[in-house]
Design a protein around this ligand. Structure first.
Ligand SMILES: [Fe+2]
Ligand SMILES: [Fe+2]
Length: 128
């Protein structure tokens, strides 16, 4: 099994795990939308898992000389910044609704997967 093929299976597992955290966060927001510390804590866990997932993707992109590496990395950076600003806005007095913050973030993650990760997977599938 090549590194690229190993990556493909890890990537699917990571994405499923990230989805599961997202579902947990959605449930938490429905059950107790004013428990901001718990919501912030879930976002911090999500940020840390995503940061290591992104590092892994970026190292594979470099290794495989992926042509759209820098655009893909910019999107990763944007997502981490978005989560960090969501966490800080939850701790401020005039915070946006946590549900709105999460819906924006969830949509950004889904778009990232469709726009960047799926293309990377297609590229890696053609690598020897
Ligand atoms: Fe990914
Ligand atoms: Fe990605």
């Amino acid at each position: 099994m090549t590194k690229a093929h190993a990556y493909l299976s890890i990537n699917r597992e990571d994405h499923n795990f990230i989805d599961a955290i997202g579902d947990e966060l959605t449930k938490r927001l429905i059950d107790d939308p004013i428990n901001l510390p718990a919501i912030s804590n879930s976002l911090m866990i999500l940020r840390s898992i995503l940061a290591s997932h992104f590092d892994h993707e970026e190292s594979i992109m470099k290794e495989q000389k992926y042509p759209d590496c820098s655009k893909h990395k910019n999107s990763h950076d944007y997502i981490i910044t978005l989560i960090s600003s969501s966490i800080s806005s939850l701790s401020q007095e005039c915070q946006e609704s946590p549900t709105e913050l999460w819906l924006t973030l969830k949509k950004t993650l889904e778009t990232h997967i469709k726009k960047y990760d799926d293309l990377l997977v297609l590229y890696l599938d053609t690598c020897p």
